[in-house]
Design a protein around this ligand. Sequence first.
Ligand code: HEM
Length: 166
Amino acid sequence: MEHDGTRPGYGSVVPTDHELLTQVLEWLAPAGPQAMHLFYGRLFEAAPELRDLFPERIEMQEERLLSAIVHLFTLFDAGDDAMEQLNNELARFGRSHTRFDPPATLKEYAAVKTVLFGVLTEMLGDKLTPQHSAALVRCYEYVAGRMLAAQATVKLTDRDRRRRTV
Ligand code: HEM
């Protein structure tokens, strides 16, 4: 996230995570819906037990996730106000991931990460430099960490939960 602008030995300005993620979004734009479709297909192959937690019409979920990704990538590392907005969004997202019981687990966040990064790598191919990949990892870890922290603040006694069947 924080960069010192120029670093000895590099000789040029080091791009911020915000710049790197903005570029990823530009590359992803023409194929965003296709990427989300691939993502859920692969996620349910890897973890079939998750399917029933999602709405039957997965197209709606694909759209929601794509707009969340665009939103989160746009706010990440984009200054204090943007980070404050991001943190508020992530607190909300985290709480919404306790609507089912047990809530989303660390292992599931890791599975989502593996599948998502697999799809991004496949779709963006050689365009993704190590710098872009590192920015993606930092962003994902931040997002997942904040969501999990928000999940942990929701009391177990809250009513509006669906018990998992598997
Ligand atoms: C960083 C990772 C994740 C992001 C950014 C993310 C984002 C989202 C978004 C934007 C939605 C739709 C709006 C909402 O309900 O808040 C959603 C719904 C959902 N997510 Fe995630 N999610 C992540 C990880 C996970 C994980 C690990 C699980 C594992 C169980 C999961 C399960 C679900 C389910 C079941 C729904 C649908 C809930 C419903 O409609 O009742 N998500 N997610």
